[in-house]
Design a protein around this ligand. Structure first.
Ligand code: ATP
Ligand code: MG
Length: 396
């Protein structure tokens, strides 16, 4: 197992000053699995002040000093260096009421969520794996560190993290861990919606999310995320058929939900505005059913705008995308066909110049757009002006 030289630099410096230091968590898990880690977190016996003084010649950011985390900029990249710690009592099922520093790597690993995430490694000291994380990786298993029920009651977000990791890593979840998740699911009602949404989006954008979603359905986890709504088996299976963007995947998961309940769910997840409104539009289009024919394709492009690719991928995963519609959409996008009023060869003031005013201007534009969507060859200024005149009874 290896890690990059800028990470080595941090670990070697701490060790040279008499501390222990390891890479930890996701980076060890990914390395054991032969994957390239997203980032490397370092855990150390050095106290926060000692971490700061060890790197006083380098840029450091006291990211979460109270929790023992200092970010060290090494080789131009931020590395989070955290003092070994155990969490104090959990009061509100999410925030440990106190953080206690420790000098034991095993104690630090024991507060972590799953065995596969509770390993540390350094070139000097080798792999520290007190809970059998390596064996669980070989068995492709997500298993809580310690007693699952207690770990989930300390922090219910771990329940969603279990399903999220199962989905991302394509692992199954240990039986006891699943039972613990079921028994402690009610703790999810106290978890902030944004945090639940982050885990859910990571889960559904993975390659094969159906195992995790079917288990969540069986164990009645969805009421704590979606209220009354349960995604159907059809929708869950469809998510395995394509790797989708967050917007496409969430739309797929929710389009069968009744419109006002869906709005309520999307609002409750406190999503970024763009994701929220994009999902609403795609869901509406999917639940209405897709149009057919050339003009239908143009109408779809006009009403979806930049959402069109996500709509197509969600529809394809659901097996409701007619190949003829798909090629018509692609061809019209390629040609840059006119699908919105802004792309017409006349503007509102051209219509006004004909002597048309008030509400009739907007109505005329809508009429012209409809004509051009039916027949793109009409999108020429002269043609549209005469159509507009004709519609409004103006003699040329
Ligand atoms: P990713 O590749 O998605 O970032 P990760 O394993 O690095 O996966 P993080 O959420 O970044 O996950 O957390 C880093 C590590 O911190 C985890 O591997 C785990 O050891 C620990 N951890 C994070 N959240 C929790 C939690 N809620 N309870 C216990 N341990 C946690
Ligand atoms: Mg991480």
């Amino acid at each position: 197992m290896d890690y990059p030289s800028n990470v080595s630099f941090v670990i070697d410096r701490l060790e040279a000053l008499g501390h222990e230091a390891f890479i930890v968590g996701g980076s060890v898990r990914d390395s054991v699995m032969g994957r390239i880690p997203n980032d490397y977190d370092v855990t150390t016996s050095a106290l926060p002040e000692q971490i700061l003084s060890s790197f006083s010649d380098m840029r450091t950011i006291p990211t979460g000093l109270k929790h023992g985390t200092v970010t060290v900029i090494s080789g131009g990249e931020p590395i989070e260096v955290t003092t070994y710690r155990i969490d104090g009592d959990y009061l509100d099922s999410r925030h440990p009421s106190s953080v206690i520093f420790t000098d034991s790597i095993t104690a630090d690993l024991s507060r972590r969520d799953f065995t596969v995430n509770a390993m540390a490694y350094s070139k000097k000291r080798g792999l520290v794996d007190p809970f059998g994380g390596e064996a669980d990786i070989a068995r492709r298993l997500i298993r809580a560190v310690g007693e699952p029920k207690r770990r989930f009651s300390e922090d219910a977000l771990r329940i969603l993290r279990a399903f999220r990791f199962a989905s991302q890593l394509d692992f199954s979840i240990d039986g006891e861990t699943l039972l613990g998740a079921r028994d402690e699911a009610c703790g999810l009602s106290r978890i902030a919606a944004e945090r639940k949404a982050v885990e859910l989006l990571k889960l559904i954008t993975a390659k094969n999310p159906s195992y995790a979603l079917f288990e969540m359905k069986r164990l009645e986890i969805f009421p704590y995320i979606f209220g009354e709504y349960q995604p159907s088996d059809r929708v869950i299976s469809a998510l395995d058929r394509a790797e989708l963007s967050a917007r496409a995947a969430l739309s797929l998961l929710l389009f069968e939900c009744e419109e006002s309940a869906r709005g309520e769910i999307l609002r409750s997840l406190k999503l970024p505005t763009k994701l929220f409104s994009g999902c609403e539009t795609i869901c509406r289009r999917l639940s209405q059913g897709l149009p057919s024919g050339e003009s239908g394709a143009r109408r779809l492009i006009g009403s979806c705008g930049e959402l069109i690719q996500d709509l197509l991928s969600a529809a394809r995963a659901l097996s409701v995308l007619d190949p003829a519609l798909e090629s018509a959409v692609i061809e019209n996008l390629r040609k840059g066909s006119c699908t919105t009023a802004a792309e017409l060869s006349v503007r509102g003031y051209d219509i006004v110049k004909l002597g048309i005013s008030g509400k009739a201007v907007g109505e005329t534009i809508a009429y012209l757009l409809e004509a051009v969507i039916e027949d793109p060859s009409l999108n020429k200024k002269e043609t549209l002006l005469s159509l507009a005149a004709e519609r409004n009874g103006i003699k040329g």
